[in-house]
Design a protein around this ligand. Structure first.
Ligand SMILES: [Zn+2]
Length: 265
């Protein structure tokens, strides 16, 4: 089990982990850099959590990102070593946190890659039976329309049952949660800003998925504008992945609200 409870003002945030990504070091920058060796596992790969966050606003329960689903995905990009994604734990982690799948009113997807929307559809129906599903509209054309991918198949099924509701512009999507377009990683990539009182947190999705992207200024292909925007934002609180604690950026944002996924015994 790995859940953590935090607060952003009046908002209650529960971090959950569907699984993990084992990525070739070269994806995130110079694999030979001594500065980053501490981040590598015994097999030379970077292990990153596949995370999701439940946000309770008081009236509404939202799930931000929805894991990989009950899958193992392996591939090897040219010039890089083997990579692997493992998912499947999200329902159990939600249950352990006292959250029923039917409790989720809204699913907010940072983007439509399979390791972020993997639990949209399972056992012949929506995994979250009462949830409206929201995502950056530009991802529909880029990832869903005409695609035979699992992500595309699930999103079309969600639309067919009347649950898909694309986000067309920046602004509040729920009380205390706003959408902020951060295209780059995908055309419709969306950062969700949690806001309550004087506190802010940002769920960055894959705009920044590894602290090395900040440290060495070598974001993954297609991600440069997003990373630069995210780092330069001057907000009271900024969520960054847990690994950042092990490697602070050279130019840290004003303040970091860290929501590490902790492993409970
Ligand atoms: Zn992605």
């Amino acid at each position: 089990m790995s859940t953590v409870l935090s607060r952003v003002g009046e908002l209650e945030v529960v971090g959950v982990q569907d699984g993990a990504a084992f990525m070739a070091a070269g994806v995130f920058g110079d694999p030979d850099s001594d500065a980053h060796r501490a981040m590598l596992g015994p097999d030379g790969r970077v292990e990153l959590p596949i995370s999701a966050f439940v946000v309770r606003t008081g009236e509404t329960t939202a799930l931000i990102d929805a894991g990989l689903g009950n899958r193992v995905v392996e591939w090897q990009p040219e010039g890089l070593g083997p990579q692997k994604l493992e998912g499947g734990r999200l329902p159990d982690e939600l249950a352990a946190a006292g959250i029923d799948l039917a409790d989720i009113d809204v699913v907010l997807l940072t983007h439509l890659h399979l390791d972020h929307n993997g639990w949209m559809w399972s056992d012949g129906g929506p995994t979250f039976p009462n949830a409206t599903v929201r995502f950056g509209a530009a991802d529909w054309d880029a990832i869903v329309e005409g695609s035979a991918s699992e992500s595309g198949r699930m999103m079309r099924a969600i639309a067919d049952v009347g649950r898909a509701c694309p986000i067309e512009r920046d602004g509040e999507v729920l009380p205390g949660i706003s959408a902020l377009a951060t295209p780059g990683h995908t055309p419709g990539h969306t950062t969700f800003v949690l806001s309550s009182g004087a506190e802010r947190a940002m769920i960055l999705g894959d705009a920044i998925s590894c602290p090395v992207q900040i440290d060495v200024g070598k974001p993954r292909p297609g991600g440069a504008p997003v990373v630069l925007v995210a780092v330069q934002l001057s907000v009271p609180g900024l969520y960054l992945p847990p690994l950042l604690k092990a490697m602070p950026p050279k130019n840290p944002p004003q303040m970091i609200i860290s929501l590490p996924v902790q492993t409970a015994v």
